[in-house]
Design a protein around this ligand. Structure first.
Ligand code: ATP
Ligand code: MG
Length: 176
């Protein structure tokens, strides 16, 4: 659906202001969009943004900084950059963090989360033929950079076809 992407991103990120205050983390929001309408799915976009931003808060200690920048590229793609000054991810673990249930040894030892946030983000972005990449320096921080098409053709092409057969091994309950 077409809608005001700027207003939506302002609202979603706004909801992290109180967490930032609670955790004593500086939160910088640069939503550099115009007020025009773009093609995006509210639920999917919300999941992408909240997973990236909540990771940044989760893996950053008090006194750190989390920032999100949103820009429009070529009037077609949303560029999202989420940066934190947190724990970072060890080099040898970086290639695994987009795999289902994967958590770094450090995160797993603290038993927080399920390791499904980034895989979900990756799948959602794939629906739009967007891209996501990770840069991280252990002890310094992490940056996730996503590019998500927000024009009509990408939106129309992202409609999920009925793929229920592929899911059947995990089906729980009565199949009708
Ligand atoms: P969930 O999101 O399902 O609650 P999770 O946050 O552990 O759990 P993912 O979001 O998939 O899972 O992230 C996978 C792993 O990647 C995390 O466990 C963590 O080790 C690492 N990670 C993700 N984002 C960051 C970040 N911003 N800084 C440091 N490590 C991160
Ligand atoms: Mg997560």
């Amino acid at each position: 659906r077409q809608g005001e992407l700027k207003l939506f991103l302002m609202a979603i990120t706004e909801s992290f202001e109180s967490l930032a205050q609670y955790k004593q983390i500086e939160f910088i929001r640069n939503i550099n969009l115009d007020d025009k309408s773009y093609w995006f799915d509210q639920d999917k976009t919300e999941k992408i943004v909240t997973n990236l931003v909540s990771n940044a808060f989760k893996y950053t200690a008090a006194g750190g900084t989390v920032s999100i920048s949103a820009d429009l590229v070529d009037n077609r793609d949303l560029s999202l950059v989420v940066t934190d000054t947190g724990t970072g991810i060890p080099k040898e673990e970086q290639e695994h963090v987009f795999s289902a249930f994967y958590q770094t040894k450090q995160a797993a030892s603290q038993q927080q989360g399920t390791g499904l946030g980034l895989p979900l983000v990756k799948e959602l972005i794939k629906l739009y033929h967007g891209t996501i990449s990770l840069q991280s320096e252990p002890g310094q921080g992490t940056t996730l950079t996503a590019r998500i098409p927000v024009h009509k053709e990408a939106f129309d092409a992202s409609v999920v076809v009925d793929d229920s057969d592929a899911l059947s091994p995990f089906y729980i309950g009565h199949q009708t």
